[in-house]
Write a protein that binds this ligand. Structure first.
Ligand code: ZN
Length: 240
């Protein structure tokens, strides 16, 4: 491969951590980009630094974790602070998404990541978008992502590829992929250090990691973990 480098959209959550491990297994040079937009909890940005450091030690030889860039996107805060109209409030409640959710957020992230990649000489972006779990996020769907890659390639007059290793797998399979990529060491990093909880809760430790245990992100993570554990038990029983 002529250009064996990738830029991973890395938040420090479970999904982007698995994506980073995936990229480190596949590309010689991997860089990361994160976005700071006044997240209610700085815990996300803090955990991301810790996870990154630990993952760099897990990288196969010859593969290096390079620079990290955190881009400040305060405009996202203004959008998420803008009150919803009555009608959208009802639609929003039905999706189970937090009201701070920013519509089209992934499109903005990808645009900034592609622009940064252009400057850094990296044409491949890696993101944890997944259309299996969050049917409420239209900007996570494969059609959207592929159309975005095409728009970015045209707009930059330079081919942009967007890899989404989690697109068609569920949360249980994400744990399975993590185990395949980094064994128990990676599983432990995900459990102890990655942060997914919408509430920024890191005081409650569950079998699946830290979080409030009740927000949609915690719920999804807990269900995925339980399902993976059950599948692993069934497979062991079948093999015994
Ligand atoms: Zn939570």
């Amino acid at each position: 491969m002529a250009d064996s480098s990738a830029l991973v959209l890395f938040s420090g959550g479970q999904d982007s951590t698995v994506c980073l491990a995936w990229a480190l297994n596949r590309f010689d040079r991997v860089e990361t980009v994160g976005f700071s937009y006044g997240q209610r909890h700085n815990v996300e940005l803090e955990q991301r630094r810790i996870v990154r450091e630990k993952l760099s030690k897990l990288a196969p030889s010859g593969h290096t974790l390079g620079d990290d860039t955190v881009l400040d996107l305060p405009a996202l805060q203004s959008i998420s602070d803008t009150a919803l109209t009555r009608e959208t409030e009802i639609t929003f409640a039905a999706t189970g998404l937090p009201t701070t959710f920013v519509p089209g957020r992934n499109l903005l992230f990808l645009t900034y990541a592609a622009a940064l990649g252009y400057r850094r000489g990296i044409a491949t972006l890696v993101g944890g978008m997944c259309e299996t779990d969050f049917s409420g996020y239209p900007d996570c769907r494969n059609d959207t992502i592929q159309a975005m890659a095409q728009a970015l390639s045209l707009g930059l007059a330079s081919p942009v590829t967007i890899e989404t290793p989690l697109m068609f797998i569920d949360k249980a399979q994400t744990w399975e992929l993590a185990a395949k990529l980094g064994g128990d060491e990676l599983i432990q990093i995900i459990l102890e250090d990655t942060h997914t909880c919408y509430m920024g809760d890191r005081s409650h430790r569950h079998p699946w990691g830290y979080g409030c245990g009740t927000c949609p992100a915690c719920d999804l993570r807990a269900k995925g973990w339980a399902e993976w554990q059950a599948r692993t038990r069934d497979a062991a029983a079948a093999g015994a």
